[in-house]
Design a protein around this ligand. Structure first.
Ligand SMILES: Nc1ncnc2c1ncn2[C@@H]1O[C@H](COP(=O)(O)OP(=O)(O)O[C@H]2O[C@H](CO)[C@@H](O)[C@H](O)[C@H]2O)[C@@H](O)[C@H]1O
Length: 472
């Protein structure tokens, strides 16, 4: 089967969050299962673009409203990722260093989607499925079905994966002219709440829709940032497939970003050594339990709760813990974290920014990972933590409920709490502190979690089954 993944991110080409991890890993596992999986994404002007070799495989031009853009499709020639990677270069739109956050993101990702459809329109054959990820690519199922210039592509099955339903990419009807001409009788498929809503259009038009965990799929039926009614209506074509992790990239035994690699048999020494390094770097006491948070500092992740969770936990425990936060996002939360640190400089460290290597080192060094998420479609951090012998403390929502069992329950290994609230998170931290003191149980749990299998093997097959169910 030939699968074309269309995405705004893919690790290691360009990563902002978990979407990149998924799109960088899933195709490898699909390849290993005997399929041809390709990824097409924008050609951002970043390190990866400058440091790798490409050949031009397609050159064309397109109208985006009243503006004409020339575009190229490049193919990476070194097979660096282990599957075919295509980059769409649209000078004037996509040739920026960053992924998101530009004033014309709507035009940028519209241009990307039109260019992808135009390019596939020139192929001699059709891919067996086009797999679109999140709202930046969610207009493709609509365009293929109803765009006049894509009639020969109308039968290509499309799958839309919702990695995060909070972001939908809405823009006003006044910009409808940016879309290539389509059957206007179908305009209603673009519409949601008085605007053009790409995610809603994708849910309506894709052949199948899935989220990144079964529990998140259930949650979306009652809480989907305004799309609840639509998802209830379309429930028949939806499913939840749990994300996996790339166990080749995330392997404590071989990870080149770690100074000390370790396995299940050397976990105690290995984690101790990694912890010593990190504690030295951030001026923390290595004898205290180390709690980390890694992620985008946004309210959905519960990042706004962190300053008080940390402050209160330190106060209650008499400074018997260390906390380290790695992330960036909401400026006010960044500032509050820095302020909290001033009150406990020996027990708290904050790294504002994005640092892939540090993230790996933190998963390896920490004792506990804190995830007080309000919304968590799947969450990869808890799976990376488990793989690196760090016990996750999670609020049970979305995929966190699907992947973490409380150590108090049969077969359990993590710490769960119910409310995205300071008091409940602090109670979970208290349980962690008690667990840290019970060394035998703590070490046993560590050994157990290192052996859990969160690789893509099972889920990659579930995607193949999904494609097979719609293959024309
Ligand atoms: N400052 C920083 N420095 C270094 N690394 C950082 C970092 N901030 C984040 N990361 C890394 O980015 C990734 C975050 O992945 P998540 O799945 O937790 O969240 P995200 O919300 O981006 O993804 C969305 O899509 C994914 C994939 O489907 C879902 O799992 C998730 O629930 C959904 O919200 C991890 O690899 C993490 O280590």
């Amino acid at each position: 089967m030939e699968i074309l993944h269309v995405s705004a991110e893919c690790y290691p080409v360009a990563k902002v969050g978990g979407l990149a991890d998924v799109v960088g890993a899933l195709p490898k596992y699909q390849r290993d299962a005997g399929h041809v999986a390709k990824v097409v994404m924008p050609a951002y002007r970043n390190k990866f673009f400058h440091n790798n070799a490409f050949e031009v495989v397609h050159q064309a031009g397109m109208w985006l409203g009243h503006d004409w853009y020339h575009f190229n499709v490049y193919k990476e020639t070194g097979n660096v990722l282990g599957f075919d990677l295509y980059l769409v270069d649209i000078p004037g739109l996509l040739d920026r260093e960053g992924v998101y956050g530009y004033y014309n993101d709507t035009e940028r990702f519209l241009g990307f989607q039109v260019a992808v459809c135009d390019w596939v329109n020139e192929w001699q054959h059709h891919p067996d499925v086009m797999h679109c990820h999140d709202h930046h690519t969610a207009l493709i199922p609509f365009l293929l079905k109803y765009g006049y210039k894509y009639t020969r592509l109308a039968e290509i099955p499309t799958v839309l994966t919702i990695h995060n339903g909070q972001y939908q990419g809405q823009f006003g009807w006044d910009r409808q002219y940016l879309l290539p001409s389509f059957d206007l009788w179908k305009s209603g498929l673009l519409e949601w709440a008085g605007a053009i809503n790409p995610l809603a259009a994708g849910i309506k038009s894709a052949w199948k829709v899935n989220t990144v965990s079964p529990n998140y799929m259930r949650e979306l039926l009652s809480e989907a940032n305004g799309l609840e009614a639509l998802l209830n209506y379309e429930v028949g074509k939806t499913t939840g497939i749990l994300n996996g992790i790339d166990t080749m990239v995330w392997d404590p035994a071989k990870d080149p970003m770690l100074e000390y690699n370790f396995t299940a048999t050397t976990v105690e020494k290995g984690k101790r050594e990694n912890k010593l390094r990190i504690c030295e770097q951030f001026n923390l006491n290595p004898d205290l339990p180390l709690f980390i948070f890694i992620g985008r500092l946004v309210d959905d992740k519960g990042a706004d709760l962190l300053p008080e969770i940390i402050g209160r936990s330190l106060h209650e425990s008499g400074n018997k813990a260390s906390f380290l936060v790695l992330g960036s996002g909401d400026k006010h939360t960044e500032w509050r974290l820095e302020q909290t640190r001033l009150f406990a400089p020996d027990n708290m460290a904050v790294y504002i920014g994005y640092n892939e290597a540090l993230a790996h080192q933190l998963y390896a060094a920490a004792d506990f990972l804190l995830m007080p998420s309000r919304v968590e479609p799947c969450g990869l951090n808890q799976m990376y933590a488990l793989r690196y012998g760090t016990i996750p403390i999670v609020r049970i929502t979305g995929g966190l409920a699907d992947t973490v069992i409380d150590f108090g329950d049969k077969g359990g290994f993590g710490i769960r709490f119910v409310h995205a609230a300071i008091w409940d998170a602090c109670a979970a931290v208290r349980r962690a502190l008690e667990l840290f003191e019970k060394r035998t149980t703590f070490n046993k749990i560590r050994k157990t979690i290192l052996k859990l299998d969160h690789s893509w093997n099972k889920s990659a097959q579930e995607y193949i089954d999904l494609y097979t169910s719609i293959k024309s």
